[in-house]
Design a protein around this ligand. Sequence first.
Ligand code: ZN
Length: 110
Amino acid sequence: MRDDDIIRLVVSLVIVVVVLAVYIGLIVLGVSIAKRKNRSPHWMWFSIHPLGLIITLIVMACLSPLKRCPQCAQKSPQHARLCGFCGYNYETPGAYAPPQPGIYVPPPRY
Ligand SMILES: [Zn+2]
């Protein structure tokens, strides 16, 4: 093995390691963006393909963040006024309480 071959091998190995590090770094960046926006980090599984990584990163950067309900911990859009799962009122907490399941509430008399 000549010196030129060894240098070429080392240079190509360094290039492969740098490209892999950048690739994994971009995936970690996408996961951190997803977590910051309360989105599922599992969307980054599309990054198995390099084109999927680019598309998922762009979509993840453009998506609006979700807010988490303090009562049931489900996620709702940022502009939601009521939680779609438990009816929690984001604007005036405690204004609407859905009836407890299994408890009969008679209809109001007029
Ligand atoms: Zn809720």
